[in-house]
Design a protein around this ligand. Structure first.
Ligand code: 0O2
Length: 275
């Protein structure tokens, strides 16, 4: 019989830590597989890199005290959602939501909470997408449902958060107001940078797409002209070729597409005559 428990039933902190480590490994493997699959289908990597960590016991204790809980093993598992933390870094903001969807669609992952600090940034300027998930960890005699926090952000958002986080440690009595203001302004500059990079990428993708579409139409036209040699006389083919060169020199995809369709009708007519 399958015995399914949660981390709260663990006997020792050593066992709890082993379970969180295992949850992280599973998450990392899942994300690596999703990234590879995405790369195969869409020809690019949505994930730049992944880091993970098990939260240090002092940080767990500090967080529990901050929220008014006693520092016990039970409270730690129950109330500290980010003991196992995975950080996923992407190039573009749209990738963040793609990855979040891919994670949510995994049948063995249960999404417990989402905090979208991209749609609603923190007053500090912090931007990131957070998911608290439950993932099963398979031990020899039971399955332990384990919580993990996944933070998904762009490289630029990560740069800002890393600098701001380190400043929080540097200023023991809080970051001075004038520095806060500058950090907030930098967060806004980072938003502009992310938006600009996304737009540049979209423009490049659009022009690549239209290039590919045009190349396919031209290949179809050349193929149709070649097939016409079996049916039409050479004078007519030269006429069609001249018309094609004229349209080709105009560099207009719509005209090329219309010409390709007309050529299909002409070829069909010749084929019918031959029968
Ligand atoms: P660490 O050292 O990174 O682990 P909380 O509000 O923090 O008591 P909750 O619900 O976990 O509890 O908060 P939230 O908002 O989901 O934030 C969790 C984590 O997001 C934080 O963990 C940080 O890693 C990161 N984070 C949140 N806000 C900021 C911010 O303003 N600046 C930076 N640099 N990071 C932020 P910890 O435990 O605070 O810290």
């Amino acid at each position: 019989m399958e015995i399914r428990v949660t981390g709260e039933d663990a006997d020792s902190s050593e066992e709890v830590m082993l379970i969180y480590q295992a949850a992280l490994r599973q998450m990392e493997t899942k994300l690596a597989v999703l990234n590879e699959e995405f790369k195969m289908v869409h020809k690019y990597n949505p994930i730049e890199h992944i880091t993970s960590r098990v939260k240090k016991s002092e940080s767990i204790a500090k967080k529990l005290r901050r929220h008014g809980y006693d520092v016990t093993l039970e409270n730690m598992v129950k109330y500290c959602n980010d003991i196992a933390g995975v950080r996923v870094i992407c190039s573009f903001t749209s990738d963040i939501y793609r990855i979040a969807d891919m994670i949510s669609n995994q049948s063995d992952i249960r999404v417990l909470a989402i905090k979208d600090y991209i749609a609603s940034p923190k007053p500090s300027g912090y931007r990131s997408y957070h998911m608290i998930v439950m993932i099963p960890v398979y031990l020899s005699d039971r399955i332990v449902d384990t919580k993990a926090e996944i933070q998904i952000r762009t490289m630029a958002m990560n740069f800002w958060a890393t600098v701001e986080h380190s400043l929080q440690y540097k200023y023991k009595h809080g970051i001075p107001e004038h520095i806060r203001e500058r950090l907030y302004n930098s967060a806004e500059a980072i938003l502009t940078l992310d938006n600009e990079m996304s737009q540049i990428r979209e423009e490049i993708m659009d022009s690549q797409n239209s290039f590919n579409i045009k190349a396919n139409i031209i290949a179809e036209i050349l193929n149709s002209i070649e097939n016409l040699y079996a049916y039409a006389n050479s004078r007519e083919i030269v006429k069609i070729q001249d018309e094609f060169f004229k349209i080709y020199s105009e560099n207009d995809s719509d005209k090329l597409e219309r010409f390709s369709k007309e050529l299909d009708i002409v070829a069909e007519g010749y084929r019918a005559q031959k029968l």
